[in-house]
Design a protein around this ligand. Structure first.
Ligand SMILES: [Zn+2]
Ligand SMILES: [Zn+2]
Ligand SMILES: [Zn+2]
Length: 69
């Protein structure tokens, strides 16, 4: 084990998350760790799903589709 790699928050046992938090265009936030309950402020990386080039359900705005109704 390389203890030098333990992050400061881990050493202090603070609530935080090492995964990326994805913010969707509808405002929903989703962590790569599906069990994560930390707030967005506790994440090392916060990105939008458009930043990550995800083809995401929240991006289906219908702009490119003709209006059916
Ligand atoms: Zn940590
Ligand atoms: Zn999304
Ligand atoms: Zn998280």
């Amino acid at each position: 084990m390389n203890t030098d790699s333990v992050c400061a928050d881990c050493a202090e046992q603070l609530a935080h998350c090492h995964e990326t938090l994805v913010i969707h265009t509808d405002g929903d936030a989703e962590c790569f760790d599906g069990t994560c309950t930390e707030s967005w402020e506790e994440h090392a990386i916060v990105a939008t799903c458009t930043d990550l080039n995800w083809i995401c359900a929240c991006q289906k705005t219908g702009d490119s589709l003709p209006h059916a109704a």
